[in-house]
Ligand binder design. Structure first.
Ligand SMILES: Nc1ncnc2c1ncn2[C@@H]1O[C@H](COP(=O)(O)OP(=O)(O)OP(=O)(O)O)[C@@H](O)[C@H]1O
Length: 235
């Protein structure tokens, strides 16, 4: 077995006939905590969607745990251990917190009925709100619910699209701490698309920067220089 968990080799992908990603190469190792940075519209969301199978890869290959999954449908990728927490969180507003969590079981293909207690160790707040409608939670609480739902299928890797967007600072800190714990204690690999550079620096050890559908820089977050930030990230 190789060290790499996920590899994108020369990936081109997009919407219909319109390519958005061009020849993307990316290697993510087991246990990595990675941030994916770039200005609006450069293709970050499309990259995550291509990994989980919501955008078709027209050229190149996607390898997960040494298996070529380029043509696998989304549900199969979930069962193999890829969890996707989309931008906007996609909590079902009229379902209870408990039922929103249970949706995570369907992604795993298991028919279990009990929420594992570790979910509430990571997110004690959810336990107090189980019967409430998901839509009544604050934005930050909904984000925590979305991450918890992703954890329900025992993922090997979690893909998060702007988890801190529109969330108050105290909860941002909580989310950062929880993601770090999930990474360290459970060994789950994490890729986070992020606009907030300071948050990305604190959270992740490694970074990738995208521009116009390609990866233009990568390294340790300690090497994320001001010149890279000015060139590719500030508006
Ligand atoms: N459903 C769609 N159909 C066609 N083109 C799309 C669609 N969604 C996004 N695009 C285009 O794909 C490109 C990349 O968008 P994407 O959302 O991946 O970028 P992003 O880096 O995640 O930006 P943001 O930070 O704004 O989410 C943009 O030019 C966008 O207009």
């Amino acid at each position: 077995m190789s060290m790499s968990l996920l590899e994108l080799n020369n990936v081109t992908a997009g919407y219909g006939q319109t390519p958005v990603l061009f020849n993307v190469d990316m290697t993510i190792n087991k246990g990595d905590m990675v941030c994916l940075l770039g200005r609006n519209g450069v293709g970050k969301t499309t990259l995550l969607r291509s990994i989980i199978g919501l955008n078709k890869i027209s050229q190149g290959s996607l390898v997960f745990q040494d298996k070529n999954i380029t043509k696998f449908p989304t549900y199969k990728r979930s069962r193999y251990g890829i969890a996707y927490i989309p931008q906007g969180r996609e909590i079902i507003p009229y379902l209870s917190v408990l039922d929103n969590l249970k949706l995570g079981f369907s992604a795993s293909g298991k028919s279990s009925k009990r929420i594992p207690s570790e979910i509430f160790e990571f997110f004690p707040m959810l336990k107090e709100h189980l019967p409430r409608q998901g839509g009544l939670l604050s934005g930050g609480q909904q984000q925590q619910l979305a991450i918890a739902r992703g954890l329900m299928c025992n993922p090997k890797i979690m893909l998060l699209d702007e988890p801190t967007e529109g969330i108050q600072p105290s909860i941002v800190q909580e989310i950062e701490d929880t993601l770090k714990r999930i990474n360290r204690e459970k060994g789950i690999t994490v890729i986070v698309v992020e606009q907030k550079i300071d948050f990305a620096r604190q959270l992740a050890q490694k970074f990738f920067i995208m521009d116009k559908g390609s990866i233009v820089a990568q390294g340790q977050t300690s090497e994320l220089t001001d010149s890279l930030v000015h060139r590719y990230l500030t508006v």
